[in-house]
Design a protein around this ligand. Structure first.
Ligand SMILES: Nc1nc2c(ncn2[C@@H]2O[C@H](COP(=O)(O)OP(=O)(O)OP(=O)(O)O)[C@@H](O)[C@H]2O)c(=O)[nH]1
Ligand SMILES: [Mg+2]
Length: 282
C-alpha cells in the first residue's frame, strides 16, 4: 500500500509552500515524505521533488508549438491531459517507482477548473488508486480570503465541488495563518466550527444584490451546515505543533500507519506447512 495527497487549491493559495513545509517537518520526525511537482508551468518551489512533471512536458513548449494554438490555460489543460494519456501515464508510473509504504504529496497546478468541472484530476485519482495508492485531497485556501461570510461561502462551495468531483477523503486547510493579526485570527475561529446561519445573518455588507439573493445564500449555508460537509484546519507553517496536527489528520484520511501497526516486531507469519495441513484436513 502507498499513500498520496493531492494538494489542490486556487492559484497562490500556498500549495507548494505546504508541500515543502510538510516535507521538512517529516524529516525532523525521521519520516520520508516525497513531493511530486505536477505543475507543468511551475517556476520555483522550495522542496526536493521526487518527480518533476516538467521533465515530461512544459507549458511554454506547448504554447510555442507551431501546430497548436494554446494560451497559458489551454496549454496547461493540454499538458495535464497528456499526462493521463498512455505515454504520460507510463512515464509517471516509472518515475514514481514501486516503493511500499511510500508517502507522496502531489503539488498540483492552481487552475481551479482542472478539478471543479474537468475530469482530468478524477482520472489521476483513479490511476493512482490503480497503482495501489490510498488517495486523499488536501484543499488549500488562503485564510486571508476567508475572513468574511460571503468569501467563506464561496470558498466552501469551491471546496465542496472538488469533494463531489474527486470522491476521496478530503481535508481543507486554511493556509497563511501566520500572516493574520490577532483580531483576524479570532474572527477565523468562528469559521472553524461555523454556525453558518448566524454568520450569514451577521454579514452587514449586504448590497441590494445580496439582499435579493439572501434566501439562496442562506439555503446554501444550510446545506453546508446540516451535512457538515466543509470543515477547515488552520495551518501556521511556522509552528511544528500546527504541522503535527495537520499530519495526523492527513494520515488518518489515508489510514497511514494502520497496516504498519499490525506488523510489529513480534508478528509471526503463518507457517506454510500449517496451511497445507488445513487444506488436507478439509
Ligand atoms: N507567510 C506565509 N506565506 C505563505 C504561506 N503559504 C504561502 N505563502 C506565500 O504565498 C505565495 C504563494 O505561495 P505558493 O506556495 O507558491 O502558492 P501555490 O498555491 O503553490 O501557487 P500556484 O502554484 O502558483 O498556484 C508565496 O509568496 C509564498 O511564500 C504561509 O503559510 N505563510
Ligand atoms: Mg505552486
Amino acid at each position: 500500500m502507498r499513500y498520496a495527497q493531492l494538494v489542490l487549491g486556487p492559484a497562490g493559495s500556498g500549495k507548494s509552500t505546504y508541500c515543502s513545509a510538510v516535507q521538512k517537518h517529516a524529516e525532523v520526525m525521521n519520516r520520508v515524505i516525497n513531493v511530486v511537482n505536477m505543475d507543468p508551468a511551475a517556476e520555483v518551489f522550495n522542496y526536493e521533488a521526487l518527480v518533476d512533471v516538467r521533465d515530461l512536458i512544459q507549458v511554454d513548449d506547448v504554447m510555442q508549438a507551431e501546430d497548436m494554438d494554446f494560451g497559458p490555460n489551454g496549454g496547461l489543460v493540454f499538458c495535464m491531459e497528456y499526462l493521463m494519456e498512455p505515454d504520460g501515464r507510463e512515464w509517471l508510473k516509472e518515475q514514481l517507482g514501486e516503493y511500499d509504504e511510500d508517502c507522496i504529496l502531489f503539488d498540483c497546478p492552481g487552475q481551479i477548473e482542472l478539478y471543479t468541472h474537468m475530469d482530468v484530476m478524477k482520472r489521476m485519482v483513479l490511476q493512482l488508486q490503480n497503482w495501489d495508492f490510498r488517495v486523499c485531497a488536501v484543499f488549500v485556501l488562503d485564510a486571508g480570503y476567508m475572513v468574511d461570510a460571503t468569501k467563506f461561502l464561496s470558498g466552501s462551495l469551491t471546496a465542496l465541488s472538488v469533494m463531489v468531483q474527486l470522491e476521496v477523503p478530503h481535508i481543507n486547510v486554511l493556509s497563511k495563518m501566520d500572516l493574520l493579526n490577532q483580531s483576524a485570527r479570532e474572527q477565523i475561529e468562528m469559521f472553524l466550527e461555523p454556525e453558518i446561519h448566524e454568520l450569514l445573518a451577521s454579514d452587514h455588507t449586504a448590497s441590494k444584490f445580496n439582499k435579493k439573493f439572501r434566501k439562496l445564500t442562506s439555503a446554501l449555508g444550510q446545506v453546508l451546515e446540516e451535512f457538515s460537509l466543509v470543515r477547515y484546519i488552520p495551518l501556521n507553517i511556522n509552528s511544528e505543533e500546527s504541522l503535527t496536527d495537520l499530519l495526523i489528520q492527513t494520515d488518518f484520511a489515508v489510514q497511514y500507519g494502520e497496516d504498519l501497526d499490525v506488523k510489529t516486531k513480534d508478528f509471526e507469519y503463518p507457517d506454510p506447512d500449517d496451511e497445507r495441513e488445513i487444506e488436507f484436513n478439509n
